[in-house]
Design a protein around this ligand. Structure first.
Ligand SMILES: Nc1ncnc2c1ncn2[C@@H]1O[C@H](COP(=O)(O)OP(=O)(O)OP(=O)(O)O)[C@@H](O)[C@H]1O
Ligand SMILES: [Mg+2]
Length: 350
């Protein structure tokens, strides 16, 4: 993992269970300019619960996305999430250079619930407190076999994976490059996907913690197929809000509400765990991203059920772009889907 501030940007490739997204920026004088962008939907059976089930379909999907966006792209940044990944924050004595690295890795080995031989470890210093001579360090561990399955996939698609991030941190990065963080506001960034929902909590203006939950829009998709007797293609169109009046909107709302129960309780558990570990009584707002932010009735329902203000992210708020790059699509209609890919595309590699 490379979370440096200097270097060049590469294309961000977000491989999701519902679609693969690609975003490529050019950096000019500290500003990002959108150079390439694309979304390729894949079969809902190709990845299930982050596990790769149909490699060939994914390789084909990645290659056609690259061809469609910019065939010259070779180097990509990717993100991992879910069961195979762990974030943990530790506070330790301030150290620098090699000494810091050794102490951090020693600490990580004591804490990782995975066997150290089976995980790839990395870290990122979040904050140094000069007064107390302590520093907050974020530890990230990814299961090696899990990581390898994604790296091999990228290599087999003819690309070079030059940077690996976690979805939770790519989410934070996408937010930071587009918004001024208000240190007074306790924020949950929620990226609602098909199988996984990433939550990244921000407190006192900095990263506090992150958690991935294993629920997303797949449950809604399955209920819609059943309730409306639709085939997969039309159920997905319904979830995108593209069926308009040919679908009974009251019945759609009722289906969204009943099938998001597990998702809502997953969010509740994650938020209450965060509140108790951060020793706070109130979460000020949720900034929602991912395809879930675009599903009819869902953002409003989350807001009313959790009783927390929900706002939808615009991950292109600070990005310069030519609207033609979106072809027929309206940027504001699809932008939340691109959040993880944006966070990756704004990383630097040496
Ligand atoms: N315009 C749209 N394009 C694509 N998906 C959309 C759109 N609007 C809503 N959605 C819904 O968003 C959901 C997918 O969200 P997202 O793309 O964030 O998931 P993913 O990244 O593929 O999955 P995961 O991260 O869980 O592996 C699907 O249920 C899809 O129907
Ligand atoms: Mg996703």
């Amino acid at each position: 993992m490379a979370l440096g501030k200097k270097g060049r940007t590469v294309a961000g490739l977000d491989i999701g269970a519902n679609s693969i997204k690609l975003v490529k920026f050019e950096e000019k004088g500290g500003a990002y300019i959108l150079k390439a962008l694309g979304i390729k939907e894949i079969s809902p059976d190709a990845i299930v619960d982050e596990e790769i089930k149909d490699r060939d379909a994914l390789i084909y999907g990645i290659q056609s996305l690259i061809d469609q966006c910019d065939p010259r792209i070779k180097d990509v940044a990717l993100a991992v999430a879910g069961h195979g990944v762990l974030n943990d924050k530790i506070t330790m004595d301030k150290k620098t250079g090699n000494e810091a690295e050794q102490a951090i890795l020693f600490e990580a080995e004591q804490r990782s619930p995975f066997d150290v031989d089976d995980v790839s470890l990395d870290y990122h210093v979040i904050k140094v407190n000069e007064e107390t001579s302590k520093m907050d360090v974020l530890l990230v561990a990814a299961r090696k076999d899990f990581l390898k399955s994604y790296l091999d996939l990228i290599l087999d698609a003819g690309l070079r994976p030059v940077l690996v991030d976690t979805e939770a941190l790519a989410l934070l990065n996408a937010y930071e490059i587009n918004y001024e963080i208000n240190p007074e506001k306790v924020t949950a960034l929620v990226n609602l996907g098909f199988d996984t929902t990433n939550l990244t909590f921000i407190k006192d203006g900095v990263y506090h913690s992150a958690r991935d939950i294993s629920s997303g829009a797949r449950m809604l998709y399955e209920s819609i197929m059943k309730e409306f007797r639709l085939n997969p293609e039309l159920a997905l169109k319904t979830l995108k809000g593209e069926m308009g009046s040919s679908i009974d909107q009251d019945m759609l709302k009722a289906t969204v509400v009943t099938s998001s129960e597990e998702l809502i309780s997953g969010l509740e558990v994650a938020i209450s765990y965060f509140k108790s570990s951060a020793k706070i009584s109130n979460l000020d707002w949720i900034v929602l991203s991912g395809g879930g932010a675009l599903i009819p009735f869902l953002p409003e329902f989350i807001q009313s059920k959790l009783n927390i203000t929900v706002e939808i992210i615009n991950p292109l708020r600070n990005i310069e772009y030519d609207p033609d790059i979106f072809r027929q699509a309206q940027p504001e209609k699809i932008a939340p889907l691109l959040t993880i890919a944006v966070g990756l595309a704004a990383r630097k590699v040496k």
